[in-house]
Design a binder for this molecule. Structure first.
Ligand SMILES: [Zn+2]
Length: 728
């Protein structure tokens, strides 16, 4: 908004289709002193530690060939077998193109992996090339029209897409020609598998995560020029998700987030190749609604991998599963496409935000490893992958990222217009050298390596500054941008905010206590930081009436192996004191209640239930909700001991959203009350009290009380979260 003149000149410039091209990775070199150097080094070491023969095992197995090594564990042997290899091809290709393969080891690995895939594909015979367990059965069923089979398996098409994308990158970025042949045959095979499905079946199949199959099919159209691949790409457009985008409606709430982003990248790629304005517009709307309404300061979105309601980020501020790294990786690939179509500064500003504050901090450079979730909950922590144990989606994209750091720095429109999108110490080969200590300062210097006549757009925050001139070799152009501190509040209008310095998210360290599973093992869910939440003393708030205090803050990308705070509640000391007083009053009331409690069962917890002589109906079930265990069923019963007390009542706790449940509270065979849950206390627990008449206590010789919850309408009694025998 600050630079309307410059923006309007850009709009004029971008009227022609695909007017701007990002320079390929191979033309950009990060310098040795670049901030990103450590992460690149860590990545090279990590990919070298992976054993390509172990990654190939699922492919050889499915192709009926003998394995040369032992399969990896974790996600590589519990249903998603083989997904990592495609990422591995992409990672190697990126690093090779970026000039990070001085000893040639990565190039040899890549050529070997592709030759092995070629051998597998030949053994399959029909063009198939994946490591999907039971793939033969799955693909035959889909070919015959049974798309429902896919929902019984862990995302087979997502898995295939990783191999497709890896082969594409091996060919396009590292020039492995065999990769192209394997890729084209694999795409032909995928077209064959789905060719007999009608639109209804195809769309039903697309309800399951499929990565960006539409994108790679479009890419193969670009590689071969054969239109059938572009037509195929369009068949892989998921209407349920795409249709609202064309109408500029955000219906994303509740959807699995990272399932959608790669589809949008495919949509943009198809728009680019088909020169289709409607598809461009839909892809841009998807990007815009996610970035402006669903994204936190560091560039990530979603909680527990799902899009939350637009009007509340509360769950994100409380959950241990913050935004996912591979989601942001995919958002940046989408951003690259949109930028090439229309080089708006907001695309580049988002790219920078996510690159510095989410992707870069997701790499541990000291002990190479990658992050899955980045919690926004204050005083929580992230866990890191370890090379031989962890084969998560975010390890796959994690190893791809560092080789792509040079991808967005420079772009051009024809011969006479250059874009400098990011301040990163680097060289655009043969054109210019960029020297900068950004983000320590906001300055950068461009030194021309050859004469250049034309326009250079340098992005300074939310705008491009336009420089027109005729520079000689060795001449310089300098720029500086604002690096002031400021606060950025969440898009939901709540009082949570992040402290930024320029585009950099600032964080505060909160100690290292109890960071269980910091370096993940091979457990299926080891990517989640399951240790206890940070205690209240570790969590800071900020006084909304005081000037911003930046003491103790440092760029989030510098914080590793530590609990941290990157979001603060902006409030007043009075409100915090009132909340503290309310908490203390509640704790005091709870202590009084505990003193009156003669006996207690926590339904759904094994030990307390056993100790209280539990009996249940055959359909009884238990679970965990909002921090508490529960039980329900046609009936269930416990025996509680009043320990001599006479004036008693039963207290039972329910979840306020439960409704349509009618049941009796029975004590020693006598009905005390018929309860009806109507869902009238939404979003919270509530407790009811049922006085026990003296005759109930005379029923049993041992003086105990058998409490039974029994449905009266043929439905369920409960769920009950707490049962207490109280003395008045
Ligand atoms: Zn992931």
């Amino acid at each position: 908004m600050k630079s309307l003149v410059i923006l309007s000149s850009l709009v004029a410039l971008s009227c022609g289709a695909a007017s701007v091209e990002l320079y390929p990775i191979a033309q950009v070199r990060l310098s040795q002193q670049s901030l990103f150097r450590g992460a690149v080094k860590a990545d090279v070491s990590y990919v070298k530690e992976l054993d390509v023969d172990r990654l190939l095992v699922p492919f050889l197995r499915e192709a009926g060939l003998p394995a040369k090594a032992q399969a990896y564990g974790n996600w590589e042997s519990c249903g998603l077998d083989g997904h990592t290899l495609g990422h591995y091809l992409s990672a190697l290709a990126n690093l090779i193109a970026a000039g990070e393969d001085a000893d040639g080891v990565l190039g040899k690995r890549l050529a070997y992996a592709v030759s092995e895939l070629k051998r597998c594909q030949a053994a399959y015979g029909d063009g198939r090339c994946d490591g999907v367990p039971k793939g033969k059965e799955i693909w035959a069923a889909i070919r015959a029209g049974d798309v429902g089979i896919i929902f019984k398996h862990w995302v087979p098409w997502y898995n295939v897409h990783k191999t497709m994308a890896g082969l594409r990158d091996a060919y396009e970025l590292a020039g492995v020609t065999d990769a192209k042949d394997v890729l084209v045959r694999l795409c032909d095979w995928s077209i064959g598998i789905t060719s007999k499905l009608d639109d209804g079946k195809m769309q039903r199949m697309l309800d399951q995560e499929y990565g960006g199959v539409n994108e790679t099919l479009a890419d193969v159209y670009a590689i071969t020029g054969d239109r059938k691949y572009l037509d195929a790409a369009k068949r892989w457009e998921h209407k349920r998700v795409f249709d609202p985008l064309y109408k500029h409606e955000d219906r994303l709430t509740g959807f699995h987030a990272n399932t959608q982003i790669p589809k949008f990248t495919g949509l943009a790629r198809t728009a680019q190749l088909a020169d289709d304005a409607a598809r461009w517009d839909a892809a841009d709307f998807a990007w815009r609604t996610i970035v402006t309404r669903r994204t936190v300061a560091f560039g990530g979105n979603s909680v527990g991998e799902h899009f939350h309601a637009l009007d509340s980020f509360a769950k994100l501020m409380a959950d241990r599963q913050g935004p996912e790294t591979c989601n942001t990786y995919n958002m940046l690939r989408l951003t690259e496409r949109l930028f090439e179509h229309n080089p708006k500064p907001e695309y580049a500003a988002f790219y920078e935000r996510a690159l510095y504050n989410h992707l870069l901090p997701s790499v541990n450079t000291e002990k190479p490893g990658f992050v899955y979730f980045t919690p926004t909950r204050p005083a929580h922590y992230r866990v890191y992958s370890t090379p031989q144990n962890c084969f998560w989606c975010c390890v796959g994209t994690g190893i791809e990222n560092p080789g792509r750091y040079g991808r967005f720095i420079y772009a051009h429109a024809g011969e006479d217009t250059l874009y400098v999108n990011l301040f990163i110490d680097s060289e655009l080969k043969g054109v210019l050298r960029q020297t900068t200590d950004f983000p320590e300062s906001g300055k950068t210097t461009l030194t021309f390596l050859k004469p250049f006549k034309g326009t250079v757009y340098i992005r300074e925050g939310e705008r491009y500054a336009k420089h027109t001139g005729d520079w000689k070799k060795g001449e310089r152009l300098t720029a500086e941008r604002n690096m002031d501190y400021h606060v950025e509040m969440l898009p939901d209008g709540s009082n949570w905010g992040a402290v930024m310095r320029g585009p950099i998210v600032m964080g505060k360290r909160c100690g290292t206590k109890d960071m269980f599973g910091l370096f993940a093992n091979d457990g299926r869910m080891a990517h989640v930081a399951y240790g206890p939440f940070g205690t209240d003393e570790l969590v800071e708030y900020r006084d909304v009436n005081k000037p911003l205090d930046t003491t103790g803050l440092e760029p989030f990308y510098k914080i590793h192996e530590c609990r941290y705070q990157i979001y603060w509640e902006f409030t007043t000391p009075e409100k915090v004191a009132a909340r503290q007083a309310a908490r203390e009053a509640a704790a005091a009331a709870e202590r009084v209640r505990d003193r009156r409690t003669r006996d207690r069962v926590r339904p759904g917890e094994q030990q307390p239930e056993t100790e209280h002589d539990m009996a249940v109906s055959r359909n009884s079930d238990k679970g965990f909700h909002a921090g508490s265990h529960w039980r329900h069923g046609s009936w269930f019963a416990y025996t509680l001991d009043p320990k001599g007390a006479k004036d008693l009542s039963i207290e039972a706790t329910y979840w306020g959203n439960d409704g349509g449940r009618v049941f009796d509270i029975i004590a020693n065979g006598i009905v005390l009350k018929t309860v009806e849950l109507k869902g009238e206390h939404r979003g919270r627990f509530f407790t009811e009290s049922y006085p026990i008449p003296p005759e109930v206590l005379k029923v049993r010789a041992d003086g105990k009380v058998r409490v039974t919850f029994a449905a009266t309408n043929g439905g369920l009694a409960g769920g009950v979260f707490d049962v207490r025998l109280m003395e008045k």
